[in-house]
Design a binder for this molecule. Structure first.
Ligand code: HEC
Length: 497
């Protein structure tokens, strides 16, 4: 049996050549770093709470921690530390390997007691709990499904929200979900109309957004000065993306909403670089191309505090990086991901807000690999991949959540962000396929400028109007959802406008 000498630098025992045991080192480490997901009812496929749990999986554990695929955490250490960093230190990884090599000694004394997690809810009992009245059946096979579910909420007053937790009943198939508010009643009226729970398309006017859910992300409260607005009489809309898992599942989500006691002291804004999930970047990756780069930047017009950062892309993305070039020369890496994995789209929260003075250039660079060497390539052999909503299409952008510094104008910030979005729309307008796909999806309210769920002729860029309006089958001067669907189909089948 090899005895592992604990390194001095690790701050463990200074003199001893100590044996690593479950009771002393490994148990507490698994409880701290793994049990949040590896316990009954959570996202991890098995529990890692007891000696038996750990020794049964010992070899795999060492493999995944050495590869650093577990605990899931993809941001590299930069200059800016993140809150709740899940990474293991080099010493912790060595310690796990040494324990397994030594034959997994249990050690003296009682096993450590697993931490007590709040029953169910990560942040304790929510102020409001909503559950889908009926489960939605997700088939075993087939393409991805986008579907919205309206949950009746209708509070009589405006409220402010500190956190939202989604608890899917079938975690394996929920690829992600966005949370929107609708205070018009449209969503609830549409829900179930086609015979199944929920409704298709984004045919409702958004009164706000409450963030979203991705697997493995840590649910947490917004910092003290911040909250998200929830206008009175709103219903909550879950815009869900399902990815069939090979076996039929029924998804019946429960959502917990945590309210703030008072309106927030400061404003929040999301700066997406590039905007619209990269829709305007003409993403078009030839098969075999291993170094396809998407790059965009945004100049911050006022002093802001950056609070958190999150990337979004699909299978082919390999790396992404967001940097801030501060006027005067210094550069900060806000997010660096060297091994992008679409299953772990965490939002990384800065330990302390990062002040970015007016004039700072925030730049995103994303690299894609569409070669056969990319193990995540969904196509074999590789195929041309363009921007789109299916996970086998690509997207790419990094979102920085910021707050205008005290005394700085949020209007100036909003105006600059709007202008950047507008430039993207302009770029899209020169590309019929993307333009219309985007309009349909209305990720950023697309071309549906007045937000009524249909596309008015006037909302379509002039150069495409005539061709697009050929799909106005009932000749009412606007494209309703079905007509838009027909238009989209014509692109899919290649006979596009
Ligand atoms: C944030 C949630 C989360 C945390 C924290 C986490 N895991 Fe996991 N783990 C998962 C999920 C989910 C899977 C299923 C596979 C996947 O989706 O990557 C998984 C899979 C695994 C597997 C199986 C991998 C395989 O290839 O079969 C092992 C082993 C594992 N985790 C060990 C650990 C260890 C050890 C820790 C702590 C040091 C840890 N995990 C922390 C969520 C987590």
């Amino acid at each position: 049996m090899r005895t592992w000498i604990l390194p001095l630098a690790a701050g463990f025992a200074l003199n001893a050549s100590a044996e690593v045991t479950f009771t002393k080192e490994i148990g507490p480490l698994l409880h701290e770093k793994c049990a949040s997901c590896h316990r009954p009812g959570e996202a991890g496929p098995f529990s890692l709470l007891t000696y038996e749990d750990a020794s049964r999986k010992a070899k795999t554990i060492v493999r995944v921690v050495e590869e650093r695929s577990m605990p899931p955490w993809h941001a590299v250490s930069g200059q800016v530390p993140f809150l709740h960093d899940r990474r293991l230190s080099e010493d912790e990884i060595k310690m796990m390997a040494a324990w397994v090599e030594a034959g997994m000694p249990r050690g003296e004394g009682a096993d450590p007691v697993p931490p007590r997690f709040p029953e169910g809810w990560t942040l304790g009992e929510p102020d409001i709990v909503l559950t889908m009245p009926e489960g939605y059946p997700v088939p075993a096979e087939g393409s991805d499904i986008y579907r919205n579910f309206a949950l009746k909420l209708r509070l009589p007053e405006d409220k402010w929200v500190k956190a939202v937790e989604l608890r899917p009943s079938a975690r394996a198939v929920v690829h992600h979900s966005l949370f929107f508010l609708d205070n018009t009643g449209t969503s609830l009226a549409q829900d179930g109309k086609d015979g199944k729970p929920g409704f298709k398309g984004m045919g409702f006017r958004r009164a706000g957004s409450l963030g979203g859910y991705v697997p493995g992300a840590t649910v947490q409260f917004l910092p003290a000065d911040y909250a998200m607005a929830m206008p009175k009489n709103s219903d909550l809309v879950l815009a869900m993306h399902f990815h069939p898992s090979g076996k039929p599942e029924i998804e019946k989500s429960t959502v917990g909403i945590y309210l703030a006691d008072a309106p927030p002291a400061r404003d929040l804004a999301n700066l997406q670089v590039p905007p619209a999930f990269g829709a305007g970047m003409k993403i078009n990756i030839p098969p075999g191309e291993s170094n396809y780069v998407v790059r965009d930047s945004f100049t911050v017009p006022v002093d802001v505090d950056a609070l958190s950062v999150a990337g979004h892309a699909h299978y082919l993305c390999r790396e992404m990086r967001m940097t801030a070039k501060i006027p005067g020369g210094s550069e900060i890496v806000l997010l660096g991901i060297d091994d992008w994995d679409l299953n772990w789209q965490d939002r990384y929260i800065f330990e302390k807000p990062v002040r970015l003075p007016a004039g700072t250039v925030v730049e995103s660079v994303l690299r894609y690999d569409n070669s056969a060497e990319n193990p995540n390539n969904p196509f074999s052999p590789p195929q041309r991949v363009r921007w789109g909503h299916e996970s086998t299409d690509e997207m790419g952008s990094i979102t920085l959540m910021v707050s205008p510094a005290p005394g700085q104008s949020r209007e100036v910030l909003a105006e600059a962000a709007k202008k950047a979005n507008f430039e993207v729309l302009g770029a899209i307008a020169s590309q019929p396929r993307e333009a219309l796909t985007l309009a349909l999806a209305r990720r950023m309210k697309g071309l549906d400028v007045n937000g009524d769920g249909a596309i008015e002729a006037a909302e379509i860029p002039a150069i495409h109007r005539q061709r697009a309006m050929k799909f106005d089958r009932n000749a009412d001067g606007r494209l309703n959802k079905e007509e838009v669907q027909g238009l989209l189909e014509s692109f899919r089948t290649g006979e596009g406008v």
